[in-house]
Design a binder for this molecule. Structure first.
Ligand code: NAP
Length: 284
């Protein structure tokens, strides 16, 4: 890599970042496309976010990603937020053009692309059961709603958060089919009524790889079971679902597809998705 005065800077803002695969994935993509770009992990403490954004504005940055815990807070520093990220209420990708910072959210699109690639099915008209009501659940559920799913059950340990997310889906997306909130102990019937189940909680994530958010007996072979958790590559939930005979969608391709969307927003070039997928898979 030949870094010089022309090198365009990109990065990831968040805290902590030790586990992040994004720098490796994006630098692979830049190399693959022979772009004079570099992507840096930038760990930022909450009290320094303002100063870091001001610094980025004065440097040769053309864009950056944002991760936990700044996906919502970043919005107040941006000049523009695209309508879709506004509806979601969170930003994970920022472009910088002529000093203008514009926010986008590519997480949900990443999920849809990975779902369609893995299953060959479209999401439209399906009934979906989502576990979780945090950042990932928010991006995925808004994207599903925009893509005209028939029904979205939002099931969360903290019921109030499931209720808040369901209300905002029903209020903000005019064409949204009914979103229904529920607590963990009401899930049996809703799962039976669903075509797709998506784990958007962190249950099952390394190091707690022996945990699943769902009792295996609640799964049935007609369900497509998806997990956004990507470490381990195959979670306990995905292994249980495979044993029952369900179609499955693992989490790491979503990471590569959301990254590919960001790459295209920054460079206006087609992302080398295969290289990005390979880079992430190799690491895992
Ligand atoms: P988050 O905003 O912190 O939300 C965490 C969610 O998990 C909440 O709904 C929380 O419920 C639930 N939860 C956590 N521990 C739980 C437990 N022990 N029992 C029941 N529920 C529990 O996190 P996030 O950003 O949504 O991320 C969630 C997962 O998605 C992480 O593993 C992350 O790595 C993964 N992710 C993957 C991708 C990808 O590209 N594949 C993208 C984004 C995120 P409460 O509301 O009750 O606390």
């Amino acid at each position: 890599m030949n870094i010089n005065i022309e090198t365009k800077l990109f990065g990831l803002l968040g805290y902590p970042l030790a586990q992040s695969l994004s720098p490796m994935m994006h630098n692979t993509a830049f190399l693959e496309c022979k772009l004079n770009n570099i992507y840096l992990p930038i760990e930022v403490l909450p009290e320094n976010l303002n100063a870091v954004i001001n610094g980025i504005k004065k440097m040769n940055f053309n864009g950056f990603n944002v991760t936990i815990p700044y996906k919502v807070e970043i919005m107040k520093y941006l000049d523009e937020v695209d309508a879709y990220a506004k509806a979601i209420g969170a930003v994970n990708t920022v472009t910088i053009n002529n000093g203008i910072l514009k926010g986008y959210n590519t997480d949900g699109i990443g999920f849809i692309k990975s779902f369609e690639e893995s299953t060959g099915h479209k999401i439209e008209n399906k009934k979906v059961f989502i576990l979780g009501a945090g950042g990932a659940a928010r991006s995925v559920s808004f994207t599903l709603a925009i893509q005209k799913t028939k029904k979205i059950y939002i099931c969360n340990r903290t019921f109030e958060k499931a209720e808040e997310l369901s209300n905002s889906l029903n209020n903000r997306i005019s064409e949204c089919s009914l979103a229904v909130p529920m607590s963990f102990n009401e899930m049996r019937e809703a799962i039976c009524d669903s075509d797709i189940l998506i784990n958007c909680t962190s249950i099952g994530m390394y190091p707690n790889i022996e945990l699943s958010p769902i009792d295996k007996r609640l799964l049935n072979k007609d369900l497509i079971v998806c997990d956004v958790v990507y470490n381990p590559k195959k979670t306990k939930l995905i292994c249980d679902a495979e044993e029952i005979g369900c179609g499955t969608v693992i989490g790491f391709p979503m990471l590569a597809y959301q990254g590919a969307e960001a790459f295209e927003l920054w460079t206006k070039k087609k992302a080398p998705v295969k290289a990005m997928l390979n880079a992430v898979e190799k690491w895992l």
